[in-house]
Ligand binder design. Structure first.
Ligand code: SF4
Ligand code: SF4
Length: 188
């Protein structure tokens, strides 16, 4: 799909910035590096970068650095940055697009501390169960990270105290499967 950019914007055809724009409509070149987004980000302290740095890396076309850091995975999509950006960039949306690109790139070695697997398991649960199943999420994540008993004690304590349920609660899976199918078909 051909992307139209504001006059005066320097864009390399097929660039990473163009790919982000194609997927979500956000123009990373509007970022003036004011750091408002980074300063208000609640998960910034867990990131090896920041939303500001992600915008800069995208501007510079440094896709691999953007995709291989953990910032996209620690972003909680809370939209604090989006509401504060003086340039009106929907940063959370742009990061969503970067996360999807990273998810599609199986060739990348990504420092996610399991975040990529968590994302996949989480989305599969939403698709087939219609809602989160915390015990299954925790167990599957530990299985794929080859530490099956890592949170066993914690999980048991949470079940006993009624914080999480032992069995999943499945809600309208067919409707969710249809929703995921429609989202996939309408993906840019
Ligand atoms: S708040 Fe907006 S303009 Fe400022 S650094 Fe973040 S993305 Fe760039
Ligand atoms: S949407 Fe992501 S990057 Fe933006 S403030 Fe929230 S956690 Fe930070």
């Amino acid at each position: 799909m051909k992307v139209s950019w504001p006059a005066g914007t320097a864009v390399v055809e097929g660039s990473f910035a163009e790919e982000i724009r194609r997927r979500c409509g956000e123009n990373v070149f509007l970022c003036v590096q004011c750091r408002t987004c980074a300063s208000g980000c609640p998960t910034r302290r867990f990131m090896d970068g920041s939303p500001t740095e992600l915008m800069r890396l995208a501007q510079l076309g440094l896709a691999e650095r953007c995709l291989q850091g953990n910032a996209v995975w620690y972003c909680a999509s809370c939209q604090t940055c989006t509401t504060r950006c003086p340039q009106g960039i929907d940063i959370a949306r742009a990061i969503d697009a970067i996360r999807i690109i990273a998810q599609e790139r199986d060739d990348l070695e990504i420092d996610t501390r399991g975040q990529k697997s968590l994302n996949r398991i989480w989305m599969a649960m939403l698709k087939y169960m219609g809602r989160a199943y915390e015990l299954g999420l925790m167990g599957l994540l530990n299985l794929v990270s080859l530490r099956p008993f890592k949170d066993f004690g914690l999980g048991m304590r949470m079940i006993v105290r009624g914080k999480i349920s032992f069995l999943p609660s499945i809600r309208r899976p067919l409707a969710m499967i249809r929703l995921f199918k429609a989202a996939k078909e309408n993906r840019p």
